[in-house]
Design a protein around this ligand. Structure first.
Ligand SMILES: Nc1ncnc2c1ncn2[C@@H]1O[C@H](COP(=O)(O)OP(=O)(O)OP(=O)(O)O)[C@@H](O)[C@H]1O
Ligand code: SF4
Ligand SMILES: [Mg+2]
Length: 351
């Protein structure tokens, strides 16, 4: 990009991401949905996100992982105020978003954007690629038509979409190219913070690496701060600085990528990572697997105390009566468990 972005200013910092200032502070975030009850006119309350605390530091990529339905997308959307949180606070660069007047929130939106999972569904098929990429500028800036076009072309080059595609339509592009257009739409207004919600899951395996590499280079080049929601633990490990593990609407563990993978402390994290094969056959043969038993309970009727207790091999009485707080450990992790696992040689993801 020829003009420096406000985000680019953050790129010069050399401190590890977790030592940099906090850009996004989420506290006690809860999101409820009303869902119909069979045979009743009453609606039930489904708490999809329950008491989430997260800090995202300037210039870092925070990965968010967990089984399907654990609340990753809902958390990302509630942070961007695309869904209204039921409880809790979301402070972005010191500005509380949950109580912000609509006009001021619109101005903040330019600084926070989302990349969606499905590049097919997220692009209006009746708009040209140029119109799609210029649209956020129409909403978030006073740029003239000429300026919008110049900025769209510049952003297309940045994400590897040929300027020749400016007048074409989404159906003429491959899946990977469409996701690049989705990324261009997110970047064109020079945001500082991006929520990327499973941005490669809908793509062919051969294309996934290209898009992950693109996100990695853009993050470095623009100094972006990112929340990367993913289910491929190898991709998340490759891309992210820190990882938050979610279970049934709550964050159970946060740690820097390397130590979380090699020394997970929460029993659920151990089980989740235990499913990931280790390339070394000797280590793979030696390690102990934790196979999760039973299904994830319904968020309509979650277990009391620790939400993981119905599947946890370490559960004791206190786990049913007291919600474990997310507390900082000497390892640098934050863990929500009354009896965190000791990191040891048999640690599921340990080498
Ligand atoms: N609009 C909605 N109305 C009712 N329930 C919803 C709605 N959106 C999500 N949910 C429920 O909230 C919970 C969390 O859903 P969410 O989509 O955030 O999970 P996720 O971790 O992103 O899952 P996935 O990995 O499948 O994308 C699930 O139980 C889901 O069924
Ligand atoms: S708090 Fe108890 S039930 Fe929950 S993960 Fe820890 S040991 Fe298991
Ligand atoms: Mg999701």
């Amino acid at each position: 990009m020829s003009e420096p972005t406000s985000a680019a200013a953050g790129a010069v910092a050399v401190a590890p991401p977790q030592d940099r200032p906090v850009l996004l502070r989420v506290r006690d975030l809860a999101v409820d949905f009303k869902v119909p009850v069979k045979g009743s006119l009453r609606a039930a309350r489904l708490r999809a996100v329950a008491g989430v605390d997260l800090d995202v530091h300037r210039g870092e990529i925070l990965g968010v992982v967990g089984e399907s339905g654990c609340g990753k997308s809902t958390t990302g959307r509630a942070i961007l105020q695309l869904l209204k949180p039921s409880e809790g606070t979301v402070a972005f660069d010191g500005v509380e978003l949950t109580t912000l007047a609509r006009g001021r929130m619109r101005a903040m939106r330019r600084r926070m954007q989302m990349i969606f999972q499905d590049p097919y569904a997220s692009l209006n098929p009746r708009m040209t690629i140029g119109e799609l990429i210029e649209e956020p500028l129409l909403v978030h800036s006073d740029a003239t038509a000429r300026e919008r076009r110049a900025k769209a072309l510049e952003t297309m080059r940045l994400v590897g979409v040929s300027p020749h595609w400016h007048e074409r339509y989404p159906h003429e592009l491959s899946g990977g190219q469409r996701q690049r257009v989705g990324i261009a739409r997110a970047l064109v207004s020079n945001p500082e913070f991006i929520v990327a919600d499973e941005p490669v899951s809908a793509l062919d395996v051969s294309i996934q690496a290209q898009i992950v590499n693109l996100l990695e280079s853009l993050q470095e080049e623009l100094g972006l701060t990112m929340m990367f929601i993913g289910h491929d633990l190898a991709v998340v490990r490759h891309l992210c600085d820190r990882i938050a593990v979610m279970y049934l609407g709550t964050v159970v563990e946060i740690g820097d990528c390397e130590s979380l993978y090699t020394r997970p402390r929460h029993p659920y994290t151990q089980a989740l990572l235990s499913a990931v094969p280790i390339p070394d056959p000797l280590v793979e043969a030696e390690r102990r697997r934790r196979i999760l038993k039973g299904d994830v309970p319904s968020p309509l009727n979650p277990p009391t105390g620790c939400r993981f207790r119905t599947r946890c091999w370490k559960a004791q009485e206190i786990c049913g009566t007291q919600v474990p707080a997310l507390t900082a450990e000497s390892t640098g992790h934050q863990v929500a468990c009354h009896f965190p696992e000791e990191p040891g040689p048999e640690s599921p993801a340990g080498t």
